[in-house]
Design a protein around this ligand. Structure first.
Ligand SMILES: [Zn+2]
Length: 419
C-alpha cells in the first residue's frame, strides 16, 4: 500500500518532468529561427522569449525534483507526523473536544502548513528576484515581498482556522455523514469568497482606482452599454508595483462583478485594443463562464470530500500509520495533514480536463469580442503586444500546452479569430 502512494508521487513527478522536457526540446529547436510566426514580434524579441521559456523550464524542473523529495520525506520519512505532534504539543492540545481544542487543532494544522512550506521560500525568492529580474519583470522589493508573505499568512489564519475548526466539529458530531456537511460548508465558503475576494482581500495587496474620466473611459463605458453589461466602474490595478507582466481579468458575481485592468496593460495598449480586451472579458460574463467554472469547482470539491470521507473510514485499518501516524488520536487532524500533501497526486491528472474547458471558454470570449468590435483586428493586435511584452512562448509543445495551458496559444487564437 505504501508503495502505491510512493509510485503515485513518482508517477506525477515523472510526468511533469517529461512534459517539461518535451517543451524544452521544442524551445531549443525554435532557437535561432529567422521567421517568427505571424511576424508577432521581432526575431530578437522572439529569441528572448525562448530564453525566458528555457530559464523558467530549467528552474521549474529543479524545483519539481526538490519539491518531490521534500514531499516524499514528509509523507514517507516520518517528518509530517513529527511536525504534527510537535505542533500539537506546543499548543498543549489533548483530546479533541469543545471549540477551544478544535480551534487549537486548526491552529496546529496551520502551523504545520507553515513549517512544511518553509523549504519552498528560497525558491520563491529566487523566482522573483533572480529569474523574473533577469528578464526585467521583477518590480517588487524584498520588503514588499516579505510584507506580502506575512499578510498572506495572517489572512490564512483569520479565514482558514475557523473554517477548519467547523469542519473538525462536523466530523466529531456526525462521523458517518460529516463529509456532506463539509462539502456544503466549503461550497458556501467558495461562493462567499467570490464576493469577498475582490471587495476586501485584493485591496489588501493592491490599490484599485476607478478609471479616470476621459476618452478611454467613455469608450469603454459605451462598449459596456452596447453589450448590455452595465458596470459602475472599470478598475485599474497597480500591477506594476510587483511585476512588469500585464493582464486583465474579471471577478465576482452578479452585482459584485468587477472588471480589472492592470496599469501596465493600459500603458501598453491603444484605446481600441483595450476596448477589445474589455469585450473579451465581458464575453466571459455573457457566456456564463463564471457560473460554469463555479459548478465544475463544486464537482471537484464533492469528489474531494468523497475521498476524504472514504479515507477516514479507513482510519481503523491503520491507514494513517502508512505515513507514520499513530493508530489512535485526532484522526481528522491527521487526515487533513496527509490529504493536504496527497491531494495533488490525484488532482494533477484532471488539470488537462479543466484547462480544456478553460480554453474553450477563451475561444468563446474571443468570438464575442470579435462580434462586439465588428472585427478581429483590435483583439489580435492586443494579443500580439501582450505576448511580445510578456515574452510568452509562441509555440509550446502541443502536449505541454494541452496539459498546462488555460488559454489557447496565440497562434491558435489568431487562427480561430480570423476564420
Ligand atoms: Zn479570457
Amino acid at each position: 500500500m505504501r508503495m502505491i502512494f510512493i509510485g503515485l508521487l513518482l508517477g506525477k513527478m515523472g510526468t511533469q518532468l517529461w512534459l517539461a522536457w518535451l517543451n524544452r526540446r521544442a524551445a531549443w529547436a525554435q532557437k535561432g529561427a529567422k521567421a517568427v510566426p505571424f511576424g508577432i514580434m521581432t526575431p530578437e524579441r522572439y529569441e528572448r522569449s525562448l530564453d525566458y521559456t528555457l530559464a523558467k523550464n530549467a528552474f521549474g524542473s529543479w524545483e519539481l525534483v526538490y519539491d518531490g523529495l521534500w514531499t516524499g520525506l514528509l509523507l514517507f520519512g516520518g517528518v509530517l507526523p513529527w511536525v504534527a505532534m510537535e505542533a500539537a504539543q506546543l499548543l498543549g492540545l489533548g483530546v479533541m473536544e469543545g471549540w477551544g481544542s478544535l480551534l487549537g487543532y486548526s491552529l496546529a494544522f496551520a502551523l504545520c502548513g507553515i513549517v512544511t512550506g518553509l523549504p519552498s521560500l528560497p525558491w520563491e525568492w529566487w523566482a522573483q528576484f533572480r529569474l523574473e529580474a533577469k528578464f526585467g519583470f521583477n518590480k517588487s522589493t524584498l520588503k514588499l515581498w516579505i510584507i506580502d508573505k506575512l499578510k498572506g499568512f495572517v489572512l490564512g489564519l483569520v479565514i482558514g482556522c475557523p473554517l477548519i475548526a467547523v469542519l473538525f466539529k462536523l466530523y466529531l458530531s456526525f462521523p458517518e455523514h460529516w463529509y456532506l456537511g463539509g462539502f456544503a460548508v466549503l461550497a458556501g465558503f467558495q461562493l462567499l469568497m467570490l464576493v469577498i475576494y475582490p471587495l476586501w482581500i485584493m485591496p489588501l495587496f493592491n490599490t484599485f482606482k476607478p478609471l479616470a474620466a476621459g476618452v478611454l473611459r467613455d469608450r469603454l463605458m459605451a462598449l459596456a452599454q452596447r453589450t448590455q453589461f452595465p458596470v459602475e466602474d472599470i478598475h485599474i490595478m497597480d500591477g506594476s508595483r510587483r511585476s512588469g507582466h500585464s493582464n486583465a481579468f474579471f471577478t465576482g458575481l452578479g452585482r459584485w462583478r468587477r472588471i480589472v485592468l492592470f496599469d501596465t496593460l493600459v500603458e501598453q495598449l491603444s484605446e481600441e485594443q483595450l476596448e477589445a480586451v474589455l469585450a473579451h472579458e465581458i464575453g466571459h460574463y455573457k457566456r456564463g463562464h463564471v457560473l460554469k467554472r463555479l459548478l465544475v469547482g463544486f464537482g471537484t470539491l464533492a469528489i474531494g470530500f468523497g475521498a476524504l470521507g472514504w479515507l477516514l473510514n479507513q482510519a481503523h485499518t491503520g491507514f494513517f500509520s502508512l505515513f507514520g501516524f499513530p493508530k489512535n488520536g485526532p484522526m481528522i487532524y491527521y487526515a487533513f495533514l496527509v490529504l493536504s500533501l496527497l491531494s495533488e497526486i490525484f488532482t494533477f491528472w484532471i488539470t488537462p480536463l479543466l484547462n480544456r474547458q478553460s480554453r474553450s471558454h477563451e475561444y468563446e470570449a474571443d468570438a464575442f469580442a470579435k462580434k462586439a468590435m465588428g472585427s478581429s483586428a483590435p483583439l489580435v493586435g492586443a494579443l500580439h503586444i501582450l505576448h511580445e511584452k510578456n515574452l510568452s512562448q509562441l509555440m509550446p509543445h502541443p502536449i505541454f500546452s494541452g496539459f498546462y495551458y488555460s488559454h489557447p496559444t496565440l497562434v491558435e487564437r489568431q487562427k480561430a479569430l480570423e476564420l
